[in-house]
Each structure stands twice: as C-alpha cells, then as structure tokens.
Design a protein around this ligand. Structure first.
Ligand code: CU
Ligand code: CU
Length: 532
C-alpha cells in the first residue's frame, strides 16, 4: 500500500461519493460511529471488535424474502423476513434426484415488482462424490444412489407462485442444454441471463433467462485448462504454466452439449473452501487434477458489459466482454506478481486463447465488483491471506490494476481467512465473512471502501459463515452460517448503516449461499450479480 495510490484513491472516491464524501473525508472515522449507539465514543480503526451476542432478533426486518439453499439438506427454502415464517420450500430428491446437494442460487427480480406475488430463482446442485467428503457414515454409494440420478450438477430453475403459495420446479437447465454445472450461479446485472460455473469441470456457461414454459438457451460456454511447466504434482501451479481457454460448442443433436452429471469432471469432488492446496498434495483424486484451473465462478461488473471468470488455482481470472463474447485479458490477484496479462489467440476453430503465467503465488477465490463500479476485490488464500483490490474504473479492462490489499494482522497462515463478500447498499462498506476451521466460529469484518481498512469486526458468529446479503432499504445485512454438515446453522443480522448487531434467526441447512429476492433489475447488482 503505497502513498501515491492512497492519495489517488481518496480523490477518486471523493468524486464518486460526492459532497457527503467531502464532508466525511477528514473525519470519516467519526462518521459511522456517531451513528452507532454501542460505539459512539470509540475511535475508528480495528478497535470496533465485538463478540456476537447469541440473542434473537431485536428489530423488524421488513418485507423481504430470504432464499437459502440447504446443501446436503437437498433443497431450498424461502423465509419471509417480515413474519419470520418459512414462505415456501422445495426438495429436489422429490423430483427423482437421488443425491441433490443444493449449493448456490440467485433470484431474478420479481416481474410484478413484488416478490410475494411470485419470483423465479436458479439453483445449482452438486452430487456424486461430493456427498462423501464430510465424513458421513453413509451407505449412499452401496445403495446405488450415486448412479445417474445422483450425479448432480443440475441447474434447477424454480418458481414461487404467490397465488398458490408453492414452489415448483420449472426446468432443469442441465437437461435442457446438456451443460451440468454445480457451483456459483450469478445473474447478469440487467437480468437477461445467468452465468454458472463448476470448478471440477473448469467450465463456465452463460445462459439466457427463460420465462414460464420457455426453455433456457446457452449463450456461450468456456473451459479453462492448465498446462503446467513442472513435472511433479506438488509444483503444478507454483512453477507456472499456460492457461488454455476454449470456447465450447454443442456436440449432441438439438444443439445440446455432452456435459451433464459427472461428465467432464477433472477431480472427483470439489475443492472445499480453502482446500485448493489439497490438489497439489494429491488428496483430491480424479481424471486430470494437473489440468485443473479451478474455474468455479463467473461474476459481472455493474456496468453490464464485462464478466470475470475466476480460476482458483491460477490466482486470477479472465475478463470476458459479454457484448461480443471475446475474452479481453487475465487479471492476477497475487501480491508481487504482474497484475494484468494479455491473451494470445491461437486458434479460431474452436476459438482458443492462451496466457502464460511465470508462476502462481497462491489460489484465489471469492470476488466482487463494487456495485457503484470502480473497484473489484479478490481473495488471496492459503499461501497468502489478504484481499486484492483492483481499480476497475478504466473502460478498458486491460488497464485494470491492483491498487491496494486489505490485510489484517490476524490473517496469518491459512486461517482465519477472508471468504465471501458483499457490499452495503450505499457502497461505503464491504462485508467479508472470515472463515475459521470448524468447530471454531467464523467472523465478519467490515471494510471501509474509501480507505480499504477494516473498521469493525464481529467475532464468533457461527460455524462456517458463508455469504452475506443485504436488504435493499440499506438497513440490514444477513450472514448465513452452517456447519457444512450436521452442525449449528442460522443467520446473523446486523445493521448496514450503524453496524450494530440485531440478533440471530434460525435457518436450517448446510448453507453455502443466501440471497434476498430483488424487486427490481436495479437491485440485482446488490443481490448476486457482482459478488460471490
Ligand atoms: Cu461453494
Ligand atoms: Cu467457489
């Protein structure tokens, strides 16, 4: 973090946040805290550290619907925040899926503007050996449930109908298109489509948004493969190599792809959070672990044009231009390494691009564009333990540069580790869950998006805290947590504005995600379009 950059950042931000920014510039630390009852006299900096208080909700959260997938619970439920009732739920084994692992989801804005009248969401599921990685004494394999119906990688499109009060499965996008992907699911900020990824296959596909009886179409799909320089598994990524990005074409009749279920998996089960190094240690078997790039997410800049396809194993990701579906460059989050790499196109049939990396410092994972534009955060994990912040204000992504890193003296070694992120509705804060290994409870830190310094910590929230979602009135942030299996789970609520704790809500499941159903297209960029 050098000074010229800090100076540049604050000037830019003053412009971006306007007069309020100017007024708060010098005395910014005082600004939040004056509004917070519990810490009115506390100075800013990292001194705002609070243990979570294990109490029920102390405020009414308003009319919002919280969607939470249950991972090994096999379904998803919608909670009405106004009444604290479960509004509706769905369970995928009822539809013949013998091993549904309800993983990530995202909701489209309600067409009527009122999610209580109805809305649709897209829910990826894992399956296959992913059920075997939690130490369950399960007979699911012997019982044949991991056969074709349990291979997973379904992409379910589900509707909630306010008239009937029911959820219904509308489509399995994996079946329609032949592309089965089980991880992050991220709608475009204009609501016209959705990107899904899978880090066992290293594939990201972009889908159109189907409505009603319509079926989903593939807009484009890419696979990223790694060609290591080193011969040994242990140095496969660290010693550098070549990333080959290929545009995929349908190979089956009716324009379908041959990528359902476990077809195309390079590793037999996913890299759990912070488990990337297990691949180079030979602990995650599969057909092609050395070819792995870990392409498990694709998220979008709020300007509706560029998307970032994140390669966990390669420390960065490709920027794709959704106007022409051409990749633009590769950005790298690792400290000390070049931050932006040009691409070479080496074939037109199929379209193939390469980027050569001299080395990889550490894996990356969760990332997120600031909803007002201008910045992108990307987690550096394991060998490093910090958050890279890119300035993305240039209209040309080839000019995007890292400007600083969010660091914390506690983030030493592999844990505690910054994890999923989301931004406050007013854009002044970024919320990071900070993962600690179970049975320890995870934390949440609040980062000021002008200084990129931590201004508050909530400690000891719950086991495996995952994503945060924010109510669109700017009032509340909800952190979903769960032991991935058989442990405590629930939702921790705090104020986005004053950063006061509001309490806990019960929420059942081994969550990996949560989202509040948006009412408008504009709300998508705060929902799941720009962050994972
Ligand atoms: Cu995940
Ligand atoms: Cu991921």
């Amino acid at each position: 973090m050098n000074d010229p950059f800090s100076a540049k950042l604050s000037r830019r931000n003053l412009f971006r946040f306007g007069a309020a920014g100017l007024a708060g510039a010098g005395a910014f630390s005082a600004f939040h805290y004056v509004r917070g009852r519990t810490s009115a006299s506390a100075p800013m900096a990292a001194s705002g550290v609070e243990d979570a208080r294990f109490e029920g909700l102390r405020e009414q959260l308003g009319r919002y619907i919280l969607l939470t997938p249950q991972k090994l619970g096999g379904g998803t439920h919608a909670v009405d925040l106004a009444t604290q009732k479960t509004l509706a739920w769905i369970s995928y084994w009822n539809y013949g899926d013998s091993c549904p692992i309800s993983h990530h989801l995202a909701a489209f804005p309600a067409d009527s503007g009122d999610p209580y009248k109805g809305f649709e969401f897209v829910n990826t599921t894992q399956g296959g050996d992913n059920v075997l990685m939690y130490g369950l004494r399960t007979r699911i394999r012997e019982n044949g449930m991991l056969g074709q119906a349990g291979q997973g990688n379904h992409i379910y499109r589900v509707g909630y109908d306010g008239k009937t009060g029911q959820m219904e499965l509308l489509e399995d996008i994996a079946e329609t298109t032949g592309i089965g992907l089980g991880v992050h699911t991220v709608p475009f900020p204009d609501g016209t489509g959705i990107a899904c990824g899978d880090g066992q296959k290293d594939i990201v596909a972009f889908f159109s948004r189907a409505r009603g009886e319509e079926k989903t179409k593939v807009l484009n799909a890419f696979r990223a493969d790694w060609q290591p320089k080193a011969d040994d598994l242990g140095s496969t990524w660290m010693k550098g190599g070549r990333i080959v990005l290929t545009r995929l074409s349908p190979s089956l009749d009716l324009g379908r792809y041959d990528l359902q279920g476990t077809t195309g998996n390079k590793i037999n089960f996913e890299m759990a959070p912070m488990a990337e190094l297990r691949v180079e240690r030979g602990q995650i078997p599969g057909n092609d672990p050395r070819g792995l790039t870990g392409l498990d997410f694709c998220l979008h800049d709020p300007g509706h044009r560029f998307s970032l396809m994140g390669l966990r194993m390669c420390g960065g990701g490709f920027i794709i231009d959704r106007k022409n579906w051409e990749p633009v460059c590769f950005i790298q989050a690792n400290e000390g390494l070049q931050d932006n790499f040009p691409l070479k196109k080496i074939s037109n049939s199929p379209d193939t691009w390469v980027v050569d990396l001299p080395s990889v410092g550490n894996p990356i994972h969760e990332s997120g564009f600031h909803p007002n534009g201008g910045f992108l955060c990307m987690m550096n994990n394991l060998r490093a333990n910090n958050v890279a912040v890119f300035d993305t204000s240039d209209p040309d992504p080839r000019k995007w540069k890292r400007v600083t890193f969010v660091k914390d003296p506690e983030w030493q070694g592999e844990f505690p580790s910054p994890f999923h992120l989301n931004y406050s509705i007013d854009g002044t804060k970024c919320f990071f869950t900070v993962l600690r290994p179970k049975p320890m409870r995870s934390d949440v830190v609040v980062v000021d998006t002008r200084s990129w310094k931590i201004i508050k910590k909530f400690r000891n929230i719950g086991v495996d805290a995952q994503t945060t979602c924010t109510t669109y009135d700017g009032k509340y942030a909800i952190v979903i947590f769960s032991g991935f299996q058989r442990m405590e789970s629930g939702a921790f609520v705090f104020r986005q504005d004053t950063l006061e704790q509001v309490g806990y809500m019960p929420n059942f499941g081994g969550h990996h995600d949560c989202v509040i159903v948006p009412s408008t297209v504009e709300q998508l960029k705060y929902s799941r379009s720009c962050t994972v």
